[in-house]
Design a protein around this ligand. Structure first.
Ligand code: SF4
Length: 233
């Protein structure tokens, strides 16, 4: 019987990305292969913080939390792709659209999830890590995007930007994305200014510059974290 470490399952409003404002049920998995310095789900980074649950348990909880305004089920973490087989089975047993929030570094696992509806895929930056940045991360992210496109799954890329992020680097990244994503017209880039928004107090003009730099090559939107304003989970 398949089991996965779950931190929590709850109903809320999506606060990030292209599905912002949508009512979702969140299934939060424990464990992550990365260690981003801006991570706001610290409690989900370690597998130890999850409780092993079965597919039956997760499906029952989802069914009990359903509301009339429900849009989709968000599989989040931590890194949910550590449990791709488990997620695949849950999706097969629910009748609500599914949404995956991933760091995109497991292309071989994302392949297993051709039953997904929506994906938010992070593009990580060197400044997201206190240690060294592994250049292979970007290659894996793009490989994952291309697999999703091949499977006709709606995917957008999210980049958490810091006021200290390099404009040149971001422009170069957008150029690489436009060259390496197989159908770049199907993929938007969501700039998510790092929270708290007070970090941007003296750098608001930079938000326009980042948007313009990415907009030279890719469709781009800037969306801050709504749930932080609403003070909800
Ligand atoms: S990939 Fe996501 S969950 Fe993992 S450390 Fe980074 S921000 Fe946190």
């Amino acid at each position: 019987m398949l089991e996965a470490p779950i931190v929590e399952i709850f109903s809320s409003i999506q606060g990030e990305g292209l599905l912002v404002g949508r009512r979702q049920i969140f299934v939060r998995f424990a464990g992550c292969n990365l260690d981003c310095n801006y991570c706001d789900t610290e409690d989900s980074k370690s597998v130890k913080n999850g409780e092993l649950k079965s597919v039956d348990y997760v499906v029952d909880r989802i069914n009990n939390l359903k509301t009339e305004d429900l849009h989709s089920i968000s599989f989040t973490g931590g890194e949910p792709l550590l449990y791709a087989d488990f997620i695949r089975e849950v999706i097969d047993r629910i009748d609500t659209p599914s949404f995956l929030e991933t760091n995109g570094t497991f292309p071989n696992e994302i392949k297993k999830l051709d039953n997904l509806d929506y994906v938010s895929l992070d593009i990580k930056l060197p400044e997201h890590f206190d240690g060294d940045y592994n250049n292979k991360i970007f290659d894996r992210e793009i490989e994952s995007v291309n697999i999703l496109l091949e499977n006709s799954i709606k995917v957008y890329c999210k980049i958490v930007l810091f006021p200290e992020s390099s404009l040149d680097y971001i422009e170069g990244l957008a150029l690489r994305m436009s060259n390496e994503i197989n159908d770049k017209d199907l993929v938007s880039v969501v700039i998510q200014p790092v929270s708290p928004i007070s970090r941007w107090k003296n750098s608001k003009d930079l938000l326009f510059k980042f948007s313009q730099a990415i907009g030279k090559y890719m469709d781009v939107l800037t969306i801050p974290q709504l749930h932080k304003f609403l003070e909800i989970e």
